[in-house]
Design a binder for this molecule. Structure first.
Ligand code: LP5
Ligand code: MN
Length: 246
């Protein structure tokens, strides 16, 4: 099985979601199934990530240990950056025993072709966000941020989260969704592969007709303290699974 998840937004303030995540990992990394399964985390695993030197945080340790144990049991785990945790780096990847993926990423299986993304890059109607995105993905900006003391980085991240919530309350759902034309171009560019992404927190299966070809776009759900969700590919079809605490 291949499992796709995104937008878990894990932090010390989400003990419920962390429990759901750990129970999920334990289940899919059981010794009898681990080597037949793989996991793709499509961004925003963490509520925010301010640098790999924040791995000593007990909550981060708990998550990293759970991922590392699943990896050691044989689960192939992959992670893509989201708009909140794009500073996750190779030190984190090594500690968690996972592979960092570029966004977008083409996943070819013997049965089917997928293209995976976080989804935010296609939200081009949200110009304020695209400007913010370009600025914060700039390596010089990131280097200048990463040399600040950890406490200051946490304060900036907290401030940015508040600004984001305030900015979103002024934007329409349409404006914050993927731009239809950009999405069709993207599907064309990636050979009409089935597109799986998160970010918008609007779980759905969309049918696109691009150049006369039917293409599916699956949007993953965000997680809450009581409920997680995974999309599962069994070699024939995609199915949504609701996840609860064990
Ligand atoms: O995340 P979500 O779902 O709430 O909203 C996103 C967009 N918002 C963001 C911001 C993040 O939530 C907070 C990021 C924390 C990162 C921690 C590391 C910090 C590293 C910084 C430096 C290298 O991504 C939101 C979209 C929404 O998705 C839907 O697509 O609308 O976009 C915004 O809210 C952006 C605002 O419109 C503009 C923000 C202006 C803030 C300018 C402050 C600049 C000061 C920078 C100081 C470092
Ligand atoms: Mn996101």
């Amino acid at each position: 099985m291949i499992y796709f998840i995104s937008d878990l937004h894990l932090s010390p303030r989400t003990p419920g979601a962390i429990c759901i995540f750990k129970a999920f990992l334990e289940r899919i990394a059981r010794p009898d199934v681990a080597r037949n399964n793989s996991l793709y985390i499509l961004g925003d695993c963490f509520e925010t990530w301010v640098g790999d030197d924040d791995m000593d945080d007990p909550c981060h340790q708990e998550i990293i240990t759970a991922l590392a144990q699943a990896g050691a049991a044989g689960l192939a785990t992959h992670l893509m950056h989201g708009n909140r945790d794009f500073l996750l780096g190779q030190d984190f990847a090594r500690a968690a025993g996972l592979t960092l993926l570029p966004d977008p990423y083409v996943l070819s299986t013997p049965e089917w072709q997928f293209v995976l993304a976080h989804g935010d890059a296609l939200c081009t109607d949200d110009q304020a966000y695209q400007q913010f995105r370009a600025q914060t993905r700039n390596p010089d900006w990131q280097a200048a941020f990463l040399v600040k003391p950890l406490a200051e980085r946490h304060a900036i991240a907290e401030h940015l989260r508040q600004q984001s919530e305030a900015a979103k309350s002024e934007k329409s759902a349409y404006q914050m969704d993927l731009n239809p034309g950009e999405t069709d171009d993207f599907l064309r560019q990636y050979g009409y592969a089935t597109f799986i992404h998160g970010h918008t927190h609007q779980p759905a299966r969309h049918d696109h007709i691009v150049d006369g070809i039917h293409v599916e776009r699956w949007v993953l759900a965000d997680w809450s303290e009581h409920r997680g969700e995974a999309l599962c590919w069994d070699g024939e079809q995609l199915l949504r699974e609701t996840l609860h605490q064990s």
